[in-house]
Design a protein around this ligand. Structure first.
Ligand SMILES: NC(=O)C1=CN([C@@H]2O[C@H](COP(=O)(O)OP(=O)(O)OC[C@H]3O[C@@H](n4cnc5c(N)ncnc54)[C@H](O)[C@@H]3O)[C@@H](O)[C@H]2O)C=CC1
Ligand SMILES: O=C(O)[C@@H]1CCC=N1
Length: 273
């Protein structure tokens, strides 16, 4: 992939996951600077991966070819306003990983003609199993689109969405989604423990069931998910009874409502931040 100087503004969970995945996949660490007010996370990243660590957003952004905005959405306006005063963004590529901050908002904050790509990643990027959705307005050139794809492909799979609204659909189906699966696994672990298994054994059982199921999905891209489910569900057996409970409680409706709630919140955030 192309190697450009990248500056991460923000050193939290998501930036850390992308940086870890990038460096592990061979991206030169000395081309990556990580900025945050507190040294804690960025110094830990520097120690572990050899990235540069700084408290100077402006200096790092000035020196970079690519600026990755990785702060919380509610801080984005302040961070961008500071940058805009001293950094010339023409010729730079800006990637935002924030939920709920629109391209129009970034253009208002950082200037007309901004080369901006919105990326919606997720934390499994940390282990190279990320999923990122990308969106760029029409004026962003092919080279910058390709670089953004390559960058995020280093930490997982990527897809492009044709409209900005699609980013909110990516949030619901992938950005926020690891948490849905963690919640489900937590509930299973709790019940397995309540039934008498040790915490470690309960975790191992749930972990292997989840990662095994995901691996089967991945290994059989042509097989409908419903077929994989049916392969587990013996007639008159145990799985059938378990699934009946989920269906009677309308799991699909719960999932739909939860995904829609994520989208609604992203839309609200677009108005707030
Ligand atoms: N955590 C996740 O699973 C995902 C998060 N995102 C997005 O990623 C962004 C960051 O989220 P997290 O990493 O979870 O948050 P976080 O709270 O873990 O990290 C935020 C980072 O920003 C830094 N920061 C605060 N003020 C700053 C400033 N003035 N200048 C530079 N850095 C500053 C903090 O020190 C911290 O390192 C958010 O916009 C979120 O919407 C997107 C997809 C998934
Ligand atoms: O919860 C959030 O707002 C962020 C965006 C997707 C995952 N975490």
């Amino acid at each position: 992939m192309q190697h450009r100087k990248i500056c991460f503004i923000g050193a939290g969970n998501m930036a850390g996951a992308i940086i870890a995945g990038l460096v592990t996949s061979g991206y030169p660490a000395d081309l990556i600077s990580v900025c945050a007010p507190s040294g804690k996370n960025r110094d830990a990243l520097a120690e572990k991966y050899g990235t540069r660590s700084s408290s100077e957003n402006i200096t790092c952004a000035k020196e970079a070819d690519v600026v990755v905005l990785a702060v919380k959405p509610q801080l984005m306006a302040d961070v961008c306003s500071e940058l805009q005063k001293q950094v010339d963004f023409s010729g730079k590529l800006v990637l935002s990983i924030a939920a709920g901050v629109s391209v129009a908002r970034f253009i208002a904050l950082l200037g007309n003609g901004l080369n901006i790509v919105r990326v919606m990643p997720n934390t499994p990027s940390l282990v190279g199993k990320g999923m990122s959705g990308l969106y760029a307005p029409e004026h962003v050139g092919q080279q910058d689109r390709d670089f953004s794809s390559e960058l995020m492909s280093a930490v997982g799979k990527v897809c492009w969405v044709d409209t900005e609204e699609g980013i909110n659909h990516v949030i619901a189906a992938a950005g926020s989604a690891p948490a849905y699966f963690f919640l489900f696994m937590e509930a299973m672990q709790q019940e397995a423990q309540r039934q008498g298994l040790s915490a470690d054994t309960a975790r191992l059982l749930v972990q292997q069931a989840a990662s095994g199921a995901a691996a089967l999905v991945e290994a059989n891209p042509e097989t409908p998910l419903s077929t994989l489910r049916e392969n587990v569900t013996s007639k008159g057996g145990t799985t059938f009874e378990a699934l009946k409970v989920f269906n009677e409680r309308e799991l699909s409706a719960i999932v739909a409502e939860a995904m829609q709630a994520a989208i609604t919140r992203a839309q609200e955030m677009e108005k707030l931040f």
